[in-house]
Design a protein around this ligand. Sequence first.
Ligand SMILES: Nc1ncnc2c1ncn2[C@@H]1O[C@H](COP(=O)(O)OP(=O)(O)OP(=O)(O)O)[C@@H](O)[C@H]1O
Length: 911
Amino acid sequence: MHVRGTVAGEVDVRSVTTNYGESDLAEVPLRRGDDAPPGDASRTRGDGGTATLADGRETTTVTLWNKWTESADLLEPGMDVLVTNAKEEEYDGETQYATTGDSYVVVEPSFLVSVTSIRNWVECPRLYYLNKLSGVPLNYPVVKGTLVHEVFGDLLRGRDLEDSIAARVEERGLQLGLLGETADAVAEDVRENATAIEGWLQQGRLDESEDGWRSEQLLISETFGIRGRADAVRRGAPVELKTGKNLKKEPRFKDKVQAACYALLLEEHGGDVDIGTLLYTKNSVLDRNEETGDLNPAKEFTMGEGLLKYVVRLRNEIAAMEMAGDIPTGYEADAKCEYCFEQDTCMVVSGRLEQESKAGQIGQSLPDEEREYFDRFYRAIEEERREVHREYAKLWEQSAEERADDDRALIDLEFLEKRPLEGGRWELRARRPGGANSKLREGDLVLASDGDPVRGESELARIERLDDEVVITADEPVEVTRLDVYPSELTTDRLLVAMHDALLKGDERRKDVLFGRAEPAFEDPEETFIDNNERQNEAVTKAVGARDCALIHGPPGTGKTYTIARAIRAMVERGERVLLSAFTNRAVDNALEALLDQLAGVIDEERVVRVGSESGIRNDMEPYRLERAGDPEDRAAELRNAQVVAATTSTCGSRVMKEQAFDVALVDEAAQLTEPGTCAAINLAERFVLVGDHEQLPPVVRAENDLTESLFERLVGRYPEAGVMLDRQYRMNQRIQAFASTEFYDGQLRPATPTVAARTLDDLAGVSRDALPEPLRDPVSFVDVEGDRGRYTDSEEAARIAALIETYEDAGLDRADIGVIAPFRAQVSEISAHVPDDVAVDTVDRFQGSSQEVIIVSFTATGSLEGPIFEDYRRINVALTRPKRALVLVGDAAALGSDPVYERMLEWARR
Ligand SMILES: Nc1ncnc2c1ncn2[C@@H]1O[C@H](COP(=O)(O)OP(=O)(O)OP(=O)(O)O)[C@@H](O)[C@H]1O
């Protein structure tokens, strides 16, 4: 049986003498979790069972024997632990548990450790940590390794070797070009690595069904808390590819460890795995040597239980360290620092951060406030990572229906067909049941499965199309019936690297400003940039003249985008290289569009480059997209010669962008970015300009910690004189703007022109306000609906909104000019079911940055307010400032009146 629970007290580790001699044991007091067998729940200490705690759950004792005491040493009260194949024992009238020869002990099983982490850890725990901080650099060995893996996958899928090499090298043109490599030389290099594998495959490969090959597979184990992607699986056993040579008889130990991780993962999918294969790409006939007589790149080895258990103990070390928030020192392993390539880096990092380290420390430590900042943000980012891990755990903790209700999965798809694509990948199509909603969008990476993403057939796939039909592409032809949000750690990884780079590689002057040791300085460019809007002109002046940074606070519709574009034009005219960035692709494209207007005739269009993926970039910006595939030299030249580069902040953390340098970085939507998220962009430039509005949406994070305040907001507070607030809005009728202005902007927001102030629906062709019922003729109106008392949905409000839309249509308005905002996804679905498809219905988050002629807000409020409707006041601000000509608030007046902000809002709406 499996025993799982939370450590409920101190763990006692000791040695005892048994029939077999001296043994170690650890007694772990455990508060049983949900895995308790049904019979146990009724027992209490009095009738010979386990003790019952105040919260009704029971504590028991689990004895971990011998080597598992190493994992017991890691346990702290409050940690989760799982013991598989435990035996039940009666002791002193109590039911207790103990490990058996078949047991595994898994510390914090919900913390999914990646196979790469375990492999790094076995080399040296400190190396694991350093890799986390610095990320994977753009260097030739890494890119070549990836290419060889890709070619291997292609060979398995039956692609011709030369075709594959040519295609894969071409795909990586940009990276190779930036590394100064030529296509021919790289192809030769890859060929050298791939030929031996091909030969081996040809000898060994029968037809697919008999030999049971499958290429790269994403594997997750809920039991062992491990995840990874196996290079290949043959007859249910892992095959790992290693670029390089190994003339020893045995595979390298760390390679074995890696293969053993995959074996554990595969066991979770059924099958006992006791064989692992390592393919050393450079082993070939020529290398036949005395010791082995080996002409084979493949080394098979038998995986003893001892190795598998050892791997789980390693994994436990990582999980325990991460849960405790500790930093490894290197002393945990016997690694010899003097032979380590990373010794210097290790010593520098240890010295700068004053960390204990086996390699020692060199250099001067960072000032206290910077080390304190590092620790605080390191912890915050790791908390964020744990939240991502919790997302993973939901893959098995929640049922398919719960996932769907949470908008995290599309379930019950009807598989339609699979079609092979060039290069051995597959296009898979499935029908989507009507009305199903989810967070999934075209271009997203998803887990595509046959219904069970963890234990079933599951593949990482990309959504190509998402309407009544779902079209995805994947490496293997899964008969897909379910898609799950893929909880990616990429964002978290990049935050850590950005913070590390900002502090350990950052410019001193920049850090003085960031840490409040120096005021930002400005020069006066002595030029008028915008003559009809004083604050905008001041903002451009600050941006252009900033020696360090400038901050532009732009409330809704105040011409932020226009101001950014004007500022960049001025910078470009001064010959500067500019990075234009924002949190979302949409904002980057918006700003780029405005910028292209400004740059017409100033620089060649070829010198403006948009970096990002095809699916992320708006169609009309596609001509500017930097193509990654192609001739290395051409690709690299296109990026290097660009004077303006536009990319999301996440892309700024990519290996390609990290190699770029700019004079200035302008970051839009900066109030939605965490501090390290902002650093990803500003790290690349000498000066920076942040543009945003901290009265609108805050950073998108899962955990509540230091990441929730943006760098923009912090700096606006710290250096008010480095900032300018744009105060004239070009969007809303005056009546609409009034509430937001007083409530959120100290009454400073004004219409930019009398025309804006007087905007009404009458200005639109074919629309007449007279055709509307009296209450809706005012630009702001309130519709009182008692509601159906649902917590997250309200069908009465939804029905009323559908009627309102018809009313507007009857008055001549085009449906596409109406937007509906609701606080909860469930209500978004409810309303969507009531209204025609071409009305945009969504949550506030999806409306930020956009506007509509008419906005209807569904407050989903009835009776009394239980908790906040819109998570915080900033969301209300965004909702109320989307419309240009009419705003309709729908909700229960009695409920809304019970909250002071909503009460003021009602007063204004009913005026
Ligand atoms: N100084 C100006 N003179 C004339 N028109 C302007 C000026 N500034 C902005 N506008 C116009 O006002 C409108 C809104 O500007 P813009 O799109 O830049 O606003 P924004 O602040 O970026 O909006 P959002 O809050 O949605 O991000 C645009 O049509 C823009 O051309």
